[in-house]
Ligand binder design. Structure first.
Ligand code: GRF
Length: 201
């Protein structure tokens, strides 16, 4: 079974979706460790409840960003991870960290990239007035939300939406998209050709 490490910062609903799809047999993966940069993240409780190893590594407890990332790296290697999943991890990883995990970091972003990268993808889309938004699962490269796209899910933006109702509609799709992308990865069906990710039959 492939081992993955999940990096989180907050409530961990995407982590929960992945754990649920592992538990029901859809996803042939093992979460070897959940690492949070916030010691009080609810995501850590979710993981602990499922018997998954948890580690809190806070930036403020480290002298430098290098030290912070070295600790994350050590925890991932320690747990034998082959892939890093960013599930609501709210920090930008440095180029040197990303290069250690070339094409082995997967992120979920709550907008249809390349539109609305960075923070608050849902708010950006809502304020811009687009008619459709959604979520994107992608490999991480050195840029922000700029790596090769694995899959996207589209939702309509309705006239009576608020930022919150739109975010909720997107989140439902996030919880489908991330397990789907991870399953394709676990089954060896993702082939990266430059910017493009081909999904093998
Ligand atoms: C999600 O909207 C995800 O797309 C974004 O941060 C949020 C995390 O939510 N990167 P959760 O912690 O998985 O509930």
């Amino acid at each position: 079974m492939h081992k993955v490490g999940v990096l989180v910062s907050g409530r961990g609903s995407n982590l929960q979706a992945v754990m649920d799809r592992i538990a029901d047999g859809y996803l042939p993966l093992e979460i070897a460790v959940v690492i949070s940069d916030k010691a009080d993240a609810y995501a850590l409780e979710r993981a602990a409840k499922a018997g998954i190893k948890t580690v809190a590594i806070e930036r403020k407890g480290c002298a430098s960003k290098d030290e912070f990332e070295d600790k994350i790296q050590a925890a991932l290697v320690d747990a034998g991870c082959e892939l890093v999943v960013l599930a609501g991890f709210m920090r930008i990883l440095s180029g040197s960290f990303v290069n250690k995990w070339h094409h082995k970091i997967i992120n979920i972003h709550p907008a249809l990239l390349p539109s609305f990268p960075g923070l608050h993808g849902q708010r950006q889309a809502f304020e811009y007035g687009v008619k459709f938004s959604g979520c994107t699962v992608h490999f991480v490269d050195e840029g922000t939300d700029s790596g090769p796209i694995i899959l996207q899910k589209v939702v309509p933006v309705l006239d009576d939406d608020t930022e919150d109702t739109l975010a909720d509609r997107i989140l439902v799709q996030e919880h489908i998209a991330m397990p789907e992308a991870l399953k394709l990865w676990a089954e060896g069906k993702l082939q990266i050709e430059g910017r493009k990710v081909r999904i093998l039959a």
